[in-house]
Design a protein around this ligand. Structure first.
Ligand code: ZN
Length: 111
Protein backbone atom coordinates (compact mmCIF):
# COMPACT_ATOMS: atom_id res chain seq x y z
CA UNK A 1 0.00 0.00 0.00
CA UNK A 2 1.32 3.42 -0.95
CA UNK A 3 1.79 6.09 1.63
CA UNK A 4 0.60 8.69 -0.91
CA UNK A 5 -2.98 9.81 -1.15
CA UNK A 6 -4.67 12.62 -3.03
CA UNK A 7 -8.25 12.89 -1.88
CA UNK A 8 -9.82 16.34 -2.27
CA UNK A 9 -10.14 17.01 1.43
CA UNK A 10 -6.44 16.93 2.15
CA UNK A 11 -5.60 18.95 -0.96
CA UNK A 12 -7.60 22.09 -0.21
CA UNK A 13 -4.70 24.00 1.32
CA UNK A 14 -2.39 22.91 -1.51
CA UNK A 15 -4.70 24.43 -4.10
CA UNK A 16 -4.64 27.67 -2.12
CA UNK A 17 -0.84 27.51 -1.87
CA UNK A 18 -0.48 26.97 -5.62
CA UNK A 19 -2.75 29.95 -6.24
CA UNK A 20 -0.54 32.10 -4.02
CA UNK A 21 2.67 30.96 -5.70
CA UNK A 22 1.24 31.59 -9.18
CA UNK A 23 -0.01 34.95 -7.95
CA UNK A 24 3.54 35.96 -7.04
CA UNK A 25 3.48 35.37 -3.29
CA UNK A 26 6.84 33.94 -2.26
CA UNK A 27 6.87 30.88 -0.04
CA UNK A 28 9.82 29.31 1.69
CA UNK A 29 9.97 25.53 1.74
CA UNK A 30 9.18 23.36 3.51
CA UNK A 31 5.93 25.05 4.41
CA UNK A 32 3.12 24.13 6.76
CA UNK A 33 0.63 21.47 5.72
CA UNK A 34 -3.03 22.46 5.99
CA UNK A 35 -3.88 18.81 6.46
CA UNK A 36 -1.54 17.66 9.26
CA UNK A 37 -0.14 21.07 10.39
CA UNK A 38 3.47 19.88 10.10
CA UNK A 39 5.97 21.98 8.14
CA UNK A 40 6.77 19.26 5.63
CA UNK A 41 5.17 20.48 2.39
CA UNK A 42 7.33 20.66 -0.75
CA UNK A 43 6.54 22.02 -4.21
CA UNK A 44 8.11 21.05 -7.50
CA UNK A 45 7.34 22.23 -11.03
CA UNK A 46 8.63 20.42 -14.07
CA UNK A 47 8.53 22.85 -16.98
CA UNK A 48 8.00 21.69 -20.55
CA UNK A 49 7.41 24.13 -23.37
CA UNK A 50 5.63 27.49 -23.52
CA UNK A 51 5.63 28.11 -19.81
CA UNK A 52 3.58 25.07 -18.89
CA UNK A 53 4.45 21.91 -17.04
CA UNK A 54 3.59 19.62 -14.19
CA UNK A 55 3.28 20.55 -10.55
CA UNK A 56 3.59 18.41 -7.45
CA UNK A 57 2.75 19.60 -3.97
CA UNK A 58 3.23 16.98 -1.30
CA UNK A 59 3.64 16.49 2.42
CA UNK A 60 6.39 14.18 3.67
CA UNK A 61 4.52 13.80 6.95
CA UNK A 62 0.92 12.85 6.09
CA UNK A 63 1.47 11.74 2.49
CA UNK A 64 -1.16 13.98 0.91
CA UNK A 65 -0.25 15.21 -2.55
CA UNK A 66 -1.57 17.28 -5.42
CA UNK A 67 -0.42 16.74 -9.00
CA UNK A 68 -1.57 18.39 -12.19
CA UNK A 69 -0.55 20.47 -15.17
CA UNK A 70 -0.20 24.19 -14.69
CA UNK A 71 1.36 27.43 -15.78
CA UNK A 72 4.94 27.51 -14.50
CA UNK A 73 6.16 30.74 -12.86
CA UNK A 74 8.67 32.70 -14.97
CA UNK A 75 11.36 32.40 -12.28
CA UNK A 76 11.19 28.62 -12.18
CA UNK A 77 14.05 26.40 -13.44
CA UNK A 78 13.89 22.61 -13.49
CA UNK A 79 16.22 20.97 -11.01
CA UNK A 80 19.22 18.91 -12.03
CA UNK A 81 18.94 15.41 -10.64
CA UNK A 82 15.23 15.02 -11.32
CA UNK A 83 14.81 12.05 -13.63
CA UNK A 84 11.92 12.93 -15.95
CA UNK A 85 11.34 9.24 -16.70
CA UNK A 86 10.69 8.56 -13.03
CA UNK A 87 8.13 11.33 -12.53
CA UNK A 88 4.70 9.87 -11.95
CA UNK A 89 1.49 11.34 -10.55
CA UNK A 90 2.57 10.44 -7.03
CA UNK A 91 5.64 12.21 -5.60
CA UNK A 92 7.56 8.97 -5.00
CA UNK A 93 10.66 10.03 -6.98
CA UNK A 94 10.55 13.62 -5.71
CA UNK A 95 10.28 12.60 -2.07
CA UNK A 96 13.79 11.14 -2.29
CA UNK A 97 14.98 14.59 -3.41
CA UNK A 98 12.82 16.63 -1.03
CA UNK A 99 15.64 18.41 0.76
CA UNK A 100 17.31 19.34 -2.53
CA UNK A 101 13.96 20.49 -3.92
CA UNK A 102 13.50 22.83 -0.95
CA UNK A 103 17.00 24.28 -1.34
CA UNK A 104 16.50 24.71 -5.09
CA UNK A 105 13.10 26.35 -4.57
CA UNK A 106 14.31 28.75 -1.88
CA UNK A 107 17.28 29.83 -4.00
CA UNK A 108 14.98 30.62 -6.95
CA UNK A 109 12.47 32.70 -5.04
CA UNK A 110 12.27 36.20 -6.45
CA UNK A 111 13.09 39.06 -4.14
ZN1 ZN B 1 0.70 16.90 5.96
Amino acid sequence: MSRWHDEQGCQASYNALLGQVLGGVASRLPTKCGNCQISAVHIYFHAHSRGRGGVWIWCSSCGCYLHGTTVVPPWWRNMEGVDEDRLTASPEHLEGLAQAVDTHWNALQPG
